[in-house]
Design a protein around this ligand. Structure first.
Ligand SMILES: NC(=O)c1ccc[n+]([C@@H]2O[C@H](COP(=O)([O-])OP(=O)(O)OC[C@H]3O[C@@H](n4cnc5c(N)ncnc54)[C@H](O)[C@@H]3O)[C@@H](O)[C@H]2O)c1
Ligand SMILES: [Zn+2]
Length: 349
């Protein structure tokens, strides 16, 4: 299956096909110097499959985990590109999850003022979400994605076969973003989660989720208006992420998708739908009940970049497949997070 992203300056294809990693050379020009970036947790055969199709490919393997999205690793990769004699007409390819995609994409965006980039995402999260949209970045210490750019890939190659090696919890983590896509835009996608085995339907789930993201990103390439819909669950989710800690960095932390899953629940205005969503979470193995300190999360959200002048903009889902923006006083957030009962500040669970 092929989707084409139509953007003002650059357009590119997203290829979604089982075994597609073996065909990258037929889809992109690999007859040049290629720096292939992967990480130590990604089975080495995936980067090797891509390298075997390059005229002159060099694989660089960074340590797995969010910590590799750093300026230090970024500098190492720039050096590796220089050592491999990459010129302006050469290519950087990411083979891995969102960490590798964000990092390698940012290297491509900046090396010699920007060279070609292709992305071969290998996690559900990166196949559904992070590989599309052109956002590339590294973190500054614990602050995520502060140094980055918009840099569109030349091509995205999604091979669902690579998901076979992904640990179950990682697999489910990314599916939270697909549930999100269904809730804001695609009732049929949400229905798949209710009725079917997501592992069996993974190609359709990926395809439908990508279509939702494509539609929204095409309307709003640089993140000013419509793209806010993709933040559904994320404002609260980021607060939870900051307080509970990100798994990988903290031992009992949550993954991003798990935080988003929890962050979506209070933003669903239809109680019946919220019940159905919880049932989907239980089926998938996503957290369905808040296991976080609500007061700490609320305090964290006061510092959220979207909180301006005591107001915060939330994405709400009034019914399945639709969304709206709601600018509310920060206090209204307390009400949402606690549900109906409103304990005094400081009485968080
Ligand atoms: N650019 C964007 O628009 C955007 C959007 C959402 C998230 N992100 C970023 O994405 C990152 C998270 O991405 P992620 O969830 O893919 O995490 P990740 O890249 O850390 O991958 C998760 C783990 O799975 C391993 N792995 C990857 N592919 C595998 C495979 N096929 N088989 C076995 N193991 C595999 C990795 O080594 C890693 O340990 C974060 O840094 C986040 O900021 C970016
Ligand atoms: Zn997300």
């Amino acid at each position: 299956m092929k989707l084409s992203m139509r953007l003002h300056e650059r357009s590119y294809d997203i290829i979604l096909k089982r075994g597609a990693l073996q065909w990258v050379g037929q889809l992109a020009d690999l007859d040049r110097r290629v720096l292939i970036v992967t990480d130590s947790g990604v089975p080495a055969q995936y980067a090797e499959t891509v390298r075997a199709q390059c005229r002159e490919g060099t694989i660089v393997t960074v340590p797995q985990g969010e910590a590799s999205k750093s300026l230090a690793v970024f500098a190492r990769l720039q050096q590796a590109a220089l050592d491999a004699h990459l010129g302006r007409g050469d290519l950087i390819a990411a083979v891995g999850g969102g960490v590798v995609g964000d990092l390698a994409g940012f290297v491509a965006a900046t090396y010699m003022r920007g060279i070609d980039f292709i992305n071969c995402p290998t996690t559900t999260l990166s196949q559904i979400d992070s590989s599309i949209g052109g956002k590339v970045a590294v973190d500054l210490g614990e602050t995520k994605n502060v140094i980055g750019a918009f840099w569109q890939p030349k091509l995205v190659v999604i091979d669902p076969d690579t998901l076979a090696t992904l640990p179950r919890r990682q697999f489910v983590n990314g599916l939270a973003e697909a549930v999100k896509a269904g809730l804001i835009c695609d009732p049929e996608l949400f229905g798949i989660f209710e009725r079917e085995d997501p592992e069996e339907k993974i190609e359709e789930i990926l395809y439908r989720s990508l279509q939702v993201k494509k539609k929204i990103v095409e309307q709003d390439e640089t993140d000013r208006g419509q793209r806010a819909a993709l933040n559904f669950g994320h404002t609260l989710g980021h607060g939870i992420e900051a307080v509970r800690g990100v798994r990988g960095r903290r031992k009992n932390g949550y993954y991003h998708g798990e935080c988003v899953a929890l962050g979506m629940l209070p933003m669903i205005e239809d109680r019946q739908l919220a019940k159905r969503v919880r049932a989907v979470y239980r089926k998938l193995g996503l957290p369905a009940r808040a296991g976080y300190n609500k007061e700490k999360v609320l305090a964290q959200m006061l510092h959220d970049k979207k909180a301006g002048g005591g107001q915060i903009t939330l994405v709400k889902v009034p019914g399945l497949g639709c969304w709206r923006l709601d600018k509310v006083p920060v206090e209204a957030l307390r009400e949402l997070v606690y549900g109906k009962a409103l304990p005094a500040p400081g009485q968080g669970e």
